[in-house]
Design a protein around this ligand. Structure first.
Ligand code: TZP
Length: 205
C-alpha cells in the first residue's frame, strides 16, 4: 500500500487501523502517477516503518532495495522486472525476500535463491496496479501448492472478503490486499474476516 491507494483518508490513519485490526505484514508500495518522491517518499516510508514497529508487524519494501537497506526494513518484495533475486539476496543478506511468480520457471528461480515467500497474482482483476498481468485465477496457485506443500504463498489481486475463501482453499497461506482495506468502511471487520480464513495456514504471513 502507498499514499496513492488512500483516496478518502490519510494513509497513516488507514495503516494504523489495519495494524490495530491485526494485519500480520505490511508492504510499502509507493507507486502511481502522483507517488511521493525524494524526501517525502523516504519520510512517509519511515513513518510507516515506525507504526509497524509499534505493532511488531514486519515492514516489507516493494522493489526499492536501497530504501529497504537504509530503513533496515524486515524485508523486500520484488517483481520479475526488478533487480534479479540473486543480486537482491547478495545485497540484503538475511532480510526476508518475497518475489512475485507467474510461471514454473520463475518459481524455480525463486526456490533456487531461497525466497522466503512467493506472491501469486493477480488472481482476480485489480484496480490498484496499472501494469498488472491478466488475472490468472487460482490454477497456478493450486499447482504450486500441490508441488510445494511448505512454501509460504501469498495470493494477490482483487481479493476481498467475498472471494478470499476461494484463494485460501486453492492453497494460499495469506492474502495481500490493497483496496479491500484502503476502501473499507470497517477495517476491523474486514481484517477479522480475512484472519478467520487464513489463521490455520502459515501464521507468519
Ligand atoms: N500485484 C498484483 S495485483 C496488485 C499488485 C501489487 C494490486 C492488488 O491490489 P488490490 O486492490 O487488492 O487488487
Amino acid at each position: 500500500m502507498g499514499s496513492e491507494n488512500a483516496k478518502q483518508r490519510e494513509p497513516l490513519v488507514i495503516l494504523k487501523e489495519a495494524l490495530q485490526a491485526g494485519i500480520t505484514m505490511f508492504q510499502f508500495r509507493e507507486k502511481g502517477p502522483n507517488a511521493l518522491t525524494g524526501h517525502a517518499y523516504e519520510h512517509f516510508a519511515h513513518d510507516c516503518l515506525k507504526l509497524c514497529q509499534q505493532y511488531h508487524v514486519p515492514f516489507i519494501v516493494n522493489d526499492d532495495v536501497e530504501l529497504a537497506l537504509k530503513l533496515k526494513a524486515d524485508g523486500i518484495h520484488i517483481g520479475q522486472d526488478d533487480l534479479h533475486i540473486s543480486l537482491v539476496r547478495e545485497k540484503i543478506g538475511d532480510m526476508l525476500i518475497g518475489i512475485s511468480v507467474h510461471t514454473d520457471a520463475e518459481l524455480q528461480i525463486a526456490l533456487q535463491y531461497k525466497a522466503d515467500y512467493v506472491g501469486i497474482g493477480p488472481i482476480f482483476a485489480t484496480r490498484s496496479k496499472n501494469d498488472a498481468n491478466v488475472p490468472s485465477g487460482t490454477a497456478f496457485l493450486q499447482q504450486v501448492r500441490l508441488k510445494h506443500p511448505d512454501l509460504p504463498i501469498v495470493a494477490i489481486g482483487g481479493i476481498d472478503n467475498a472471494n478470499a475463501r476461494t484463494v485460501v482453499e486453492a492453497g494460499s497461506d495469506g492474502v495481500a490486499v490493497i483496496s479491500a482495506i484502503c476502501e473499507s468502511n470497517d477495517i476491523h471487520n474486514t481484517v477479522a474476516q480475512f484472519k478467520k480464513l487464513t489463521i490455520h495456514n502459515n501464521q507468519h504471513i
